[in-house]
Each structure stands twice: as C-alpha cells, then as structure tokens.
Design a protein around this ligand. Structure first.
Ligand code: ATP
Length: 351
C-alpha cells in the first residue's frame, strides 16, 4: 500500500513539531526515518498511524484519504521500543490478540485465530514457544513476538518505532538482518524510526533524514551517504570533517588563500569530506595539509593534519602501509569535497 504525506504540519502548544512535510512511500518500500532527538520522527509515525491528527495537510493510503480514519480503520501494525506484550497472555494469545479483539462480525473463529498466530510465529522463527509467557522470553524474542502480533491483523502499513532500541548491540545487528529478510519475504510497506544511522543505511530502501521538523533529504542509502543534499545530512550520516571557507568570484578560499576549488555562488561556506575518502598522496598544488600526528584505528591509520594559514586541524584515514611521518605534506583529492553554503539558500556544488 502506497502512503502519501501531503503538506502535513503539526504543532504542539503552538510550537511546530513538523513543518509542511511531503513524502511518498512506495508500496512495499522499507523507509527509515532518522534524525536527532526532537526532529519529529515519532510525530510523523504517529500521524501515519492515526495516533495524532495533522494540523494541516493529508495522509493518503493508496487513493484513500486516511487523515480522518481511526487507528483501527487504518489497519496499521505497530511495534514500539518497549514491547507492550501482555504479560498474563501466552505468546500465542499475544499474537492473536488483534484478531480476537475485533467486533464479533469481523472476528475469525478461535481455531482460525490460533492457526494464523502459529503461522506467524513460524515466520518470525519462534515456532515451539507458543505456550510461554513474555517474561520467559529474551528481549529479542519479545520483539519478534511484537512483530508477529503487528503482522497478524494483515496491516496495510507496518510502523516500527525504534523496535530494537532497548536491545544490546549484537542482538540488534542480528535482528536488523533478520528484519530485512522478513521484509523481502512479506513485502509490507514499512516505516521504521531509528536514531541509529548505521541501522538506517543497512536496512532501508530509502533513508529519510529529518531535522527540526523538516525533511532534509529522502533518498537511497547510497545517495544519502555519497551525495548528501545539505550540510546537516553530511554531518549526520557517516563520518565527516569540515573546514570553514569562503566563495569569492567563483573561487573557494581557505583563510584567504585559493584552494583550487570552484563554485558558482558567493559567500561563506563549509567544505565537507569523509576521512576515509580524502587523500591522494604527496601534496603538490591544490589543498594540502601537514601531518602532525596519527594513530592506528582498527584497519586504518587516522592521521591528524594541519592546513591553511590558521592551522586548521582535520583528521583523515590512510592505509596502514602508507607513510605519514610528521611534517609530510599530503594532498586532498579534489573530488572528495562537497561544498555547502553556510547559511541561507544555495545548492551544494559537486566537486
Ligand atoms: P526522539 O528521537 O527523541 O524520539 P523524535 O525525532 O521522535 O525524537 P518527536 O518525538 O516527534 O521527535 O518530537 C518532535 C517535537 O515535538 C519535539 O520538540 C517534542 O518535544 C514535541 N512533542 C512531541 N510530542 C509532543 C506532545 N505530545 N506534546 C508536546 N510536544 C510534543
């Protein structure tokens, strides 16, 4: 089921939590909402669910305007960070709950509910645990029960709010891979909130980066990582180093010296690069920095460089084999940079 969010805005006590948001999530797509705390991720998810009503705009499920439909009528499946399983019900009863709670006319027979719940427990690889109670399960197992319960109502859209947030790192990584496989098999349109950018990049078909109630970029993981639309996205996704620069007469200056880079707009700007993509080798022409120190981090050497008249310090990664004695001059790859205007409007230049 396609979900379209059209010019949706939401205020709380006259403070905007979401400015006008437009977003279309394709049928069968797994979209991840990422962003810092307070950027509006949960609010957007709750609006899609029907747990909040938009101040303006509308939300479409396919061609149907869902904005005024109740939570039940929207038929969405939820999983939250803190598994809200019923402690006094068995795993099987928990999974069947959404169906058992339907009005009599729409409720399947008990045997049919149990049959479907068993099928779903097989799907989430918990076959055999039907008779257990939630306190007798691990955190990861409880989240899989919660997912089976969300799937039992045959949701039109699956909404997951930090579903693995409370679990330890290894279980999280396992569940991530498992969720991706499950999604590929079942094909539900899924919106997933996480503050973990790695989780978003690994899991999602599309990453929606939010900041201060706005969407900064909605694109594939590769695009968001390799071609961040804004300085915010560059700084938020992946590792970044940045240098304050100035564009004058089409040239980019660092501390009043030309860098050899060009742009077709004017004003204060920031030059971003990824530490592991920055360097070509010995410096001649263009931007170069002097090695001041370094240390080994896992499989790379992280080197500290100073550059510009103001001795600005940045870090870059080099292969362990590459020499980098203090005092060595190292040149940057001109294509490693992305340039963003510091304030106001403008577009990033591809360099
Ligand atoms: P987190 O990662 O911390 O969960 P988030 O990106 O999900 O953050 P939201 O929970 O959507 O952010 O909150 C967005 C903004 O709206 C915040 O400024 C928050 O304080 C505010 N807000 C959210 N819910 C309410 C509410 N019920 N009443 C008042 N303000 C709210």
């Amino acid at each position: 089921m396609e979900v379209r969010i059209e010019a949706v805005a939401k205020d709380f006590d006259r403070h905007p939590a979401l400015h006008e948001i437009d977003l279309a999530i394709a049928s069968g797509e797994l979209a991840a909402l990422v962003g810092p705390s307070g950027s509006g991720k949960t609010t957007l998810l709750r609006l899609i669910a029907g747990l909040e009503t938009p101040g303006r705009g509308r939300i479409l499920f396919g061609e149907e305007d869902a904005s005024r439909l109740s939570v039940q009528a929207r038929r969405v499946g939820f999983v939250f960070q803190h598994y809200a399983l019923f402690r006094h019900m068995t795993v099987l009863e928990n999974v069947g709950f959404g169906l058992s709670a339907r009005p009599r006319a729409l409720r399947p027979a008990r045997a049919e509910i149990d049959r479907r719940a068993r099928e779903l427990l097989e799907l989430v690889q918990l076959g055999g645990l039907e008779k257990r109670y939630p306190p007798q399960l691990s955190g990861g197992q409880r989240q899989r029960v919660a997912l089976a319960r969300a799937l039992a109502i045959e949701p039109r859209v699956l909404l997951l709010d930090e579903p693995f947030g409370a679990l330890d790192a290894q279980v999280r990584r396992d569940l991530r891979r498992w969720l991706r496989e499950l999604h590929d098999r079942t094909g539900h349109t899924t919106v997933f909130v996480t503050h973990d950018q790695e989780e978003a990049l690994e899991l999602a078909d599309r990453v929606v980066v939010m900041s201060q109630g706005r969407i900064e970029q909605a694109a594939t993981p590769d695009e968001v990582y390799d071609r961040p639309a804004t300085a915010f996205v560059h700084g938020f996704i992946g590792e970044s180093s940045r240098l304050p620069v100035r564009v004058e007469g089409g040239e980019v200056f660092l501390d009043d010296r030309p860098t050899g880079l060009r742009a077709d707009w004017e004003g204060p700007a920031e030059l971003f690069f990824r530490p592991h993509q920055a360097l070509v080798g010995d410096g001649a022409g263009g931007l170069a920095g002097m090695v001041t120190g370094g240390r080994r981090i896992a499989g790379v050497r992280r080197v500290e460089l100073e550059l510009g008249a103001a001795h600005r310090r940045v870090e870059v990664d080099l292969p362990l084999a590459q020499s980098c004695a203090p005092g060595t001059l190292l040149a940057f790859r001109p294509t490693a940079f992305r340039l963003y205007p510091l304030a106001g409007e403008g577009r990033p230049a591809d360099r």
